[in-house]
Design a protein around this ligand. Structure first.
Ligand SMILES: [Zn+2]
Length: 548
């Protein structure tokens, strides 16, 4: 007898024809069919009336930073704030509400807050000078700090951060306040109310030292639980985390025991370019320790470059008006060695690569692994691919590399303002910039995600970005996608990329009961209205994790 039945829905099964209803028992889907069929077997079950809303496999966000995203639900969000006056108006009440924070921290500050010139500590001082204040950009590749924060973090007189990171210095011999990449800003992050633990999996992949107290662990777990609830409220049943350390695995494992792990979560080993290749043994240890249906590890995550906005993405030719094409974080030899060794352990690899040279280097690494270990169904991923040289597009499907794309990162998605031709990209580069459709048409497998907290975790915002798109100047060629395929990239393809296509991502008897009931029929909405749809009910493993 079913525990739960869903009736009167527009059920997109991704497994043959659509349906109207389904039944759930013991954490699995047991039947899919018409409302009449399922009603006939529904005696004693909890009935969810979908009222004509779309019913889908639960959304899987295949690229998130759960700890950072959860933490940012607490911090001031500066998305859409432009100009020093507006910054001041946002920061002062926040400061008043947090009298005890040693560092006031905000997120999603815009690179263009003061227009074309670079933001500096003086701009932040103009907003608030008497308390340490810092803010990260949405992509988390840059942090801006005011003078007090630079002093407190010991950065005002500069710091040598090694390759890829920089405390930018001014002509006065003092730091300008612009901190590029983790090694430059980690001393600032350590001063937030969470002590930087929320970013540790991303900045270094190491565990907190000294080990946090029981009280700190408990409050960190509460932060994560709040973030997981926030995801469940948006119809999400699965997360692929893109930063990792043992600390997060331990906290999430305890949350699972306490029945507070509302989304299935995968955590990788984050291997830095400064790490020895032998750290791959830790990824194997993570997989041995954590291999459940709700929490598991089986992947190595790396960064090969930075981002376009700060011109730290590694390009094949210099950025317009400069002689810099940035540089890769890994040498090709080191990177290939990591790929070969991780692949030999049958670990999945996911690499952040935004510049076309970084994408090429990543493909070269995957090719080296294939040459060394033989071809297997590896499903290695490339995260972002914001630019790609046309010659490299066919290599994605040839090497079986998965294109992990974030519709809202692109100006096409309408969340961030577009850049002009010749500003960050040369006119010739726009043809294959954020080229979702071109990449899909090449035969490469596509998966969608947000990179939360870079953009909000609500999947419908990203789906609207991919389907409706934004009005852009004509140097941005058309790349919009269809609704059904965008839903595939958020559900069944994401189940596939985690090697779980036989267990989730389709609504079919025997599959895990991970289901979302939307409050609207998505296919009846204008593309520009898709983000008005909300998750009415989210079910993960047969358990209701959210209900409007
Ligand atoms: Zn990320």
């Amino acid at each position: 007898m079913p525990d739960i039945v869903i009736l009167n829905g527009r059920v997109i099964t991704f497994d043959g024809p659509d349906a109207e209803a389904l039944a759930i028992e013991g954490g699995k889907i047991t039947a899919v069919g018409s409302t009449a069929d399922i009603r006939a077997i529904a005696r004693g079950a909890r009935v969810i009336d979908a009222q004509g809303g779309t019913v889908l496999p639960g959304f899987i966000d295949s690229h998130v930073h759960l700890f950072g995203g959860s933490a940012e639900l607490e911090f001031l969000n500066l998305h859409g704030v432009f100009g020093v006056e507006a910054l001041r108006a946002a920061v002062l009440p926040y400061a008043a509400s947090r009298p005890d924070d040693q560092l006031l921290f905000a997120c999603s500050i815009d690179y263009g807050l003061v227009g074309d010139r670079s933001l500096s500590r003086h701009d932040l001082d103009a907003a608030i000078a008497d308390r340490p204040f810092a803010a990260s950009t949405a992509d988390h590749h840059t942090v801006y700090a005011n003078t007090k924060a630079l002093e407190l973090a010991g950065l005002l007189h500069g710091k040598d951060c090694g390759v890829g990171s920089e405390v930018v210095m001014g002509s006065d011999g003092l730091a300008t306040g612009e901190l590029l990449e983790p090694a430059a800003y980690e001393a600032v992050m350590a001063l937030t109310s969470l002590g930087g633990r929320e970013m540790l999996g991303m900045t270094t992949g190491a565990d907190p030292v000294p080990a946090p107290s029981a009280a700190t662990r408990a409050s960190d777990k509460d932060v994560l639980a709040k973030g997981l609830k926030h995801c469940a409220e948006h119809g999400i049943t699965g997360l692929h985390n893109m930063d990792g350390n043992f600390y997060q695995l331990e906290l999430l494992s305890e949350l699972e025991t306490e029945e507070r792990l509302l989304c299935r979560t995968e955590i990788p080993l984050h291997l830095k370019h400064t790490d020895p290749v032998d750290r791959i043994a830790e990824a194997v240890e993570m997989r041995n320790l954590y291999n459940g249906d709700k929490l598991w590890s089986n992947r190595v995550k790396m960064f090969v470059d930075g981002v376009l906005d700060s011109k730290t993405a590694y390009m094949l030719e210099p950025y317009p008006g400069t002689d810099s094409r940035s540089e890769p974080l890994f040498t090709p030899e080191h990177f290939n060695e990591v790929c070969i060794r991780a692949d030999a352990q049958h670990l999945q690899i996911a690499v952040h690569a935004i510049g076309e040279a970084a994408v090429r280097q990543t493909l070269d690494g995957y090719e080296a692994a294939q040459k060394a270990n033989g071809t297997r169904d590896s499903r290695h991923r490339i995260e972002h691919i914001e630019t790609i040289h046309p010659d490299d597009i066919p290599r994605l499907s040839q090497l079986g590399a998965v294109a992990s794309l974030q519709p809202l990162h692109s100006p096409r998605g309408g969340f961030f303002p577009p850049y002009g031709g010749g500003d960050i990209l040369h006119p010739s580069q726009f043809e294959t910039a954020f080229a979702w459709k071109t990449i899909r048409d090449s035969g490469a497998k596509v998966v969608f995600s947000t990179d939360w907290p870079v953009v909000p975790v609500d999947p419908m915002l990203s789906i609207q970005g991919a389907v409706a798109g934004a009005e852009l100047p004509e140097h941005w060629p058309e790349q919009r996608l269809g609704l059904r395929e965008s839903l595939v990239y958020y559900t069944s393809n994401n189940a596939w990329v985690e090697f779980n296509e036989q267990r989730k991502g389709r609504l079919k008897a025997g599959m895990m009961a991970d289901v979302v009931v939307m409050d609207k029929d998505l296919e009846a909405l204008e593309p520009s209205q898709l983000s008005t749809a909300r998750a009415a009910v989210t079910i993960c493993g047969g358990r209701i994790t959210h209900q409007l």
